[in-house]
Design a protein around this ligand. Structure first.
Ligand code: FDA
Length: 396
């Protein structure tokens, strides 16, 4: 049986970061993944350009963008490994990047640059990477853990679980992390797909289908939580960053409200149009503020024929409600099949926030998405993976 100081399960963002930091400290590290390649989610992330961090992740507002039953849990790790640390690492490899919007940093080139960086760092730190291998059994021993892998038995002093969330099972997501938590007596909070497109009942969806492919800037709100970003109509429902963001807050039975013309005083714009262009139909007026197909559909739904010059303010109020407070009740989401992340996970009450170690099981750590910490869209989830991986890699 081979012995390692540390075995890490999962060669994703968090696992590789933990491996690098532990290896640099002279620890003998084995990182195991059942996939054929490490970092598969990094590869597909950010539309293939990896939105590897968000410069605002550790600002006062950025810190609020991590959802958890205990939102304070993530702060210590995030403060010790900041976006600047990862940016410095990216720069040291000469990887070109740019800020796309809202503090989101993307590679100029393919995401594989980030994977290569991590793999090279692991090699430099003497880490052993074992692919196409999975865990069959884990047991606690006096000295640490005894593990039966699909092709080898190993023992280790410390075990770091970095097997990620449940999203995109096609890419190799499994529930191993949650099962290990249960085996070792840690609590797991309710898990659900997040950063995911929302779906609608057929009667709502049917007229919207013709808008499939249309995108517009919008404010999408759920209660007091609001996101101003792109909204995308698809043949299955609504998507785009604004919807993905709100999906982390939405629960079954809740409504969402959509402002299709953020920042515009629609009533004033309509009154102005009544004066300036009285002969126009409402669809035509709306089309100067919205994508044409969307304006057309709203006009049809409103069923307000005639010229705008003849419209009363009462009619305008109807138009304003339709474009600024469009209220919809999703029936569900597209689920783990397309969700970017899993909300919920290993209950942070059972973990130490500085080391990510299980309070009741010395030597057992959980990091990354498997933990009940979920970031907003826009690089927050990778920043959590880097920071929690760093914390465990320093401690284990
Ligand atoms: P991650 O999922 O990366 O790694 C877990 C590893 O464990 C995988 O390699 C898996 O194969 C392995 N594993 C699982 N079960 C196993 C088993 N039973 N045995 C052995 N190995 C096992 N975030 C962000 O900040 N910016 C972005 O641009 C994007 N973009 C994005 C796009 C898409 C399409 C998705 C699905 C997700 C994103 N994300 C993102 C989210 C981000 O990818 C995610 O939060 C991190 O990858 C989580 O890192 P982890 O290391 O925790 O898990």
């Amino acid at each position: 049986m081979s012995h390692y100081d540390i075995v890490i399960l999962g060669a994703g963002a968090a696992g590789m970061m933990a491996a690098i930091e532990a290896g640099k400290r002279g620890r003998k590290v084995l990182i195991v993944d059942h996939a054929a390649d490490p970092g598969e989610k990094i590869r597909i992330s950010g539309g293939g350009r990896c939105n590897f961090t968000n410069v605002n992740a550790t600002t006062a507002t950025g810190r609020e963008r991590f959802l958890s039953q205990n939102p304070r849990f993530a702060l210590s790790a995030l403060a010790r490994y900041t976006p600047e640390h990862f940016i410095a690492l990216v720069r040291s490899y000469g990887i070109a990047f740019h800020e796309k919007t809202l503090g989101q940093l993307f590679c100029d080139g393919p995401s594989t640059q980030i994977i290569n960086l991590l793999v090279q760092e692991m090699a430099g730190a003497g880490v052993t990477l074992k692919l196409r291998s999975s865990l069959e059994r884990a047991e606690k021993t006096e000295a640490g853990f005894a593990l039966v892998l699909s092709d080898q038995a190993v023992s280790c002093e410390k075990l770091i679980v970095a097997t990620g969330g449940k999203s995109i099972p096609k890419m190799g997501a499994t529930s191993l992390g949650y099962q290990l938590a249960a085996q070792f007596g840690l609590r797991v909070t309710e898990t659900r797909p997040a950063l995911v497109p929302l779906t609608f009942a057929e009667q709502v969806l049917e007229p919207l289908r013709e808008l499939s492919g249309v995108s517009t800037n919008a404010v999408v709100s759920h209660g007091k939580t609001r996101f101003e970003e792109a909204l995308l109509f698809t043949h299955r429902g609504l998507s785009g960053p604004a919807i993905l963001q709100v999906s982390s807050y939405w629960r079954e039975g809740d409504a969402i409200a959509i402002d299709l013309v953020p920042g515009l005083d629609m009533l004033a714009a309509l009154r102005q149009a009544r004066k300036a262009t009285p002969k126009l139909a409402i669809q035509t007026v709306l089309a100067s503020h919205l994508p044409k197909r969307l304006a057309q559909l709203i006009g049809e739904e409103l069923d307000l024929p005639g010229m705008i010059g003849d419209f009363s303010d009462a009619k305008f109020e109807k138009v304003v409600a339709a474009v600024k407070a469009w209220t919809l009740k999703p029936v569900g989401s597209e689920g783990y099949r397309t969700a970017e992340v899993t909300l919920g996970g290993i209950d942070t009450r059972d973990l130490d926030s500085k080391t990510m170690e299980a309070r009741q099981v010395p030597g057992l750590h959980f990091i990354g998405e498997v933990v009940d910490v979920t970031g907003w869209l826009g690089g927050y989830n990778f920043q959590w993976a880097w920071a929690s991986g760093f914390a465990a890699g320093q401690a284990a």
